[in-house]
Design a protein around this ligand. Structure first.
Ligand code: PLP
Length: 395
């Protein structure tokens, strides 16, 4: 009999019933340490008391009004994001893909209203992931996600990640800008090579192009600064965010400078739900914590500790772990053993990580984990590595 769920996911056979901090509890009460955070979403862990209180309070007052009216939570969250970033203006969406869609439309529209409507193409990068809408799968360019969905949305010119000369060669009179993740998460935590983003910025300035960052995975403190662009010292014109910004509530946003947003006038874009009062309560509650003094310092400290422990783990198990990748708390272990089997073994030890292509296990823990959680994670990872080693010896 066909499942009532469209079978587009290959799910692990576990159903979680509740969460508390970095732990999830399944329906039988088994506790798991969650270093996947629902793919970098639950940035403050599960059932954080401040987020719960903010949502409960808002839920009892007002859920939804639509963007036909002013929404004070939107005005507050937009002001805080603007004050904390390069941006002058914010559009609220419901997901990362929607935030990227807005960014793509904005880049095209900028050139349209500045007298160059022919400039609609974006340079993109092999291995990118920007979401699953028709435009964002075209921007991502992965054959696996495009197959069977008809003509690819036009306007994306992929080049190898990190290859500046290829960017120059791909630029033509129709180019509107460059769309890039500062760290490619889904393909296996690939960090942009040193100086690459800076060169892109200079190139964009020289050619009148817009630099668009997809910070859906890297944004909201995952790398120890509010946004990854601060870490690399390169300011984009447009930036899409999502995931961690709602702490688990579906929320995305497109941030931009006033200049880049110039074309987005009344009725050019919209969303029924985008920025509704419930989502804004969640987003503001996340920022209350993330912007509190000391929080980003904590992320950097705990990330440093994680990285140190992982380096030692790799040194101890070179036959299992080929490479440690990433920055902050967006980390990847490139494996010599099959990633799916490694992940399954971690689950057996009641530890959750997230897979990525290039045979990488991603570690994306909540940002507020403590040293004891890092130690617990290392024990699980060590056990998984040791079990593969034992098997190899037995062969
Ligand atoms: N962009 C990046 C860099 C992502 O990692 C993701 C999701 O993994 C998306 C966009 C799409 O976000 P969503 O799944 O919320 O639509």
């Amino acid at each position: 009999m066909i499942s009532p769920l469209l079978p587009t996911y290959n799910r692990a056979d576990i159903a979680f019933a509740r969460g508390e901090g970095p732990y999830l509890f399944d329906e039988k009460g088994e506790r798991y340490l969650d270093f996947g955070s629902g793919i970098a979403v639950s940035a403050l862990g599960h059932a954080h008391p401040h987020l719960v209180a903010a949502l409960q309070d808002q839920a009892a007052k007002l859920w939804h009004t639509s963007n036909l009216y002013r929404i004070s939570g939107q005005e507050k969250l937009a002001r805080r994001l603007v004050d904390a970033s390069f941006a002058d203006t914010v559009f609220f969406a419901n997901s990362g893909a929607e935030a990227v869609e807005c960014a793509i439309k904005m880049a095209r529209r900028y050139h349209y209203v500045t007298g160059a409507p022919e400039r609609y193409r974006l340079i993109t990068f092999d291995g990118a992931f920007h979401g699953r809408t028709l435009a964002t799968i075209a921007a991502g360019g992965s054959a696996k996600y495009l197959e069977g969905f008809g003509p690819k949305v036009d306007g994306f010119d992929p080049v190898p990640f990190g290859d500046f000369d290829a960017v120059v060669r791909a630029t033509n009179p129709q180019t509107a800008g460059i769309l890039i993740e500062p760290i490619q998460g889904e393909v296996g935590v690939r960090v942009a090579p040193p100086g690459f983003l800076k060169r892109l910025r200079e190139f964009c300035d020289a050619r009148g192009l817009l630099l668009v960052f997809d910070e859906v995975q890297t944004g909201i403190a995952r790398l120890g600064r509010l946004f990854a662009y601060e870490d690399v010292g390169v300011v984009p014109d447009i930036m899409a965010i999502g995931k961690g910004m709602g702490g688990g509530f579906p929320l995305g946003a497109c941030l931009a400078s006033e200049r880049a947003a110039k074309g987005m006038t009344v009725a050019t874009h919209g969303s029924t739900y985008g920025g509704n009062p419930l989502a804004m309560a969640a987003g503001n509650a996340v920022l209350d914590i993330v912007l509190a003094p000391g929080f980003l310092d904590h992320v950097r400290t705990i990330a440093g500790s994680m990285q140190q422990h992982l380096s030692m783990l790799q040194a101890e198990h070179p036959q299992i772990i080929a490479e440690l990748r990433g920055r902050g708390l967006l980390l990847g272990l490139k494996l010599h053993v099959p990633g799916a089997a490694f992940m399954a073994r971690l689950r057996d030890s009641r530890f959750l990580a997230v897979g990525a292509t290039e045979n990488v296990a991603r570690l994306l823990p909540p940002l507020n984990i403590e040293e004891n959680h890092v130690r617990e994670a290392m024990a699980a990872l060590n056990e998984a590595c040791a079990s593969f080693e034992t098997e190899r010896k037995a062969v």
